[in-house]
Design a protein around this ligand. Structure first.
Ligand SMILES: Cc1ncc(COP(=O)(O)O)c(C=O)c1O
Length: 398
């Protein structure tokens, strides 16, 4: 691997990063406690929790101050502020999802939407087919609510159609869950795959749950939503949020598109939140309408593209197999190692935190998820430590 090349190109990239500010480690320790908590040793590097090391868009505080109202002392509409529902509806329609306002529910973070969806799914007969590896709360909330999971591992080039059809034929499946783009691999499903899924869902009268939180971070071609296939739009639950692509994780904001059984899903939502915080709605308006938020996303997306390419090349050139990300800010190399024991060893002995691949289901075994939402310099330091740790871990085992 030609590190010098990356160093030179990094210099140029940082030069052009106008709207994004990298926070120092002491700043992160104070302000980003979930990612940079006390479990990260002195001189350690956190590449674990999926928060980022950059300051979010700076206009957010003024925007909130300017839009808070005394009426927010009262419970607000159960589905969210009207203005935010309008914004979300417009956004979804622009993505080719032909919905209207009753399909939208504002949520206090995407996580809330996962929970609500899985609680609803538990009332239906049948199993969930999960395309893995997948963001772990999707399968954990599903199981916690009494759903049974059947797994289908994604291949490097996506869905194994034959295997999927076999599972549908042999098992009673009620719902397919996907994360698109995929946390942890950075893969975005191709149009043909989504078309195939839409046909299967329609023909077998299934539901689909698609977590599309990372959709603004697709590098090349435009993101295609599962809900953009009209024939299954009313069978689709889709999730969006602002924690990642917009750098606004702390505000706990997102929204759901609810295709099926709107009344009952909104009922579950009302039992969880009563009405979402008005801050969640204001963040939707800020993120999707304001120019400084849009500029920030554009710049962050470019950074994600460059940094995941750097990370991909590093592991690929070091002889490890991994998906080349075409979105978000993770890489997911197969280290052919006991991922749970190794991640503990890595943190204890080299101060680097990553997430064991098994977290993301059986297809993540032997992998680690590396959060690259930081600078090249921090990554380079961490990668050198990871390589040393792999050697030492494998030698100790011998
Ligand atoms: C795919 C995915 N969905 C949902 C979430 C939760 O996001 P939020 O902060 O909006 O609750 C995460 C956070 O890492 C995620 O990666």
């Amino acid at each position: 691997m030609n590190i010098e090349y990356y160093k030179q190109s990094n210099y140029i990239r940082i030069f052009f990063m106008k709207n994004m500010k990298l926070l120092s480690v002491p700043e992160l320790r104070e302000r980003c406690p979930l990612k940079w908590g006390n479990n990260i040793p002195k001189n350690g590097i956190s590449l674990g929790v999926a928060d980022i090391d950059f300051e979010g868009p700076i206009g957010v505080i003024d925007y909130l101050k300017g839009n808070l109202k005394e009426s927010f002392n009262f419970y607000q509409n159960q589905s969210g502020l009207k203005s935010a529902i309008n914004t979300a509806e417009k956004y979804l329609n622009n993505k080719g999802i032909n919905c209207n306002q009753e399909n939208i529910q504002v949520i206090d973070g995407t996580m809330m939407g996962i929970y609500i969806s899985m609680k609803w799914a538990s009332r239906i007969n049948g199993d969930i087919l999960s395309l893995g590896p997948i963001y772990d709360p999707i399968w954990r909330h599903a199981e916690d609510n009494g759903n049974k999971i059947r797994w289908l591992g994604l291949k490097e080039d996506g869905i194994d159609e034959e295997k999927l059809l076999n599972i549908i034929e042999e098992q009673k499946i009620k719902m397919i869950t996907i994360c698109n783009p995929v946390n942890p691999t950075g893969y975005s499903f191709r149009e043909e795959e989504l078309k195939f899924l839409a046909d299967v869902i329609y023909d077998n009268e299934l539901f689909v749950f698609s977590d599309e939180l990372y959709e603004p971070l697709c590098f090349g071609s435009e993101h295609i939503s599962m809900g953009s296939f009209d024939k299954i739009r009313d069978r689709s639950i889709l999730l969006y949020g602002f924690s990642k692509a917009y750098g606004l994780a702390g505000y706990r904001s997102g929204f759901m598109h609810i295709g099926p059984d709107i009344e009952n899903i909104k009922y579950i939502s009302s039992q969880q939140m009563v009405s979402p915080s008005p801050i969640s709605s204001l963040i939707i308006n800020y993120a999707l309408n304001e120019v400084d938020a849009k500029k920030w996303v554009t710049e962050f997306r470019e950074h994600c593209k460059n940094i995941t390419e750097f990370a991909f090349n590093y592991f690929n050139n070091s002889g490890f197999k991994l998906q080349k990300p075409d979105s978000n800010f993770f890489v997911f190399p197969d280290l052919k190692i006991d991922d749970i024991a190794f991640t503990e060893f890595l943190l204890k002995n080299y101060g680097v935190q990553v997430v064991p691949g098994s977290t993301f289901g059986p297809d993540g075994k032997n992998h680690i998820r590396i959060n690259c939402g930081t600078s090249e310099k921090r990554l380079e330091d961490a990668f050198e430590r990871i390589m040393k740790a792999i050697d030492e871990f494998n030698n100790v085992k011998k």
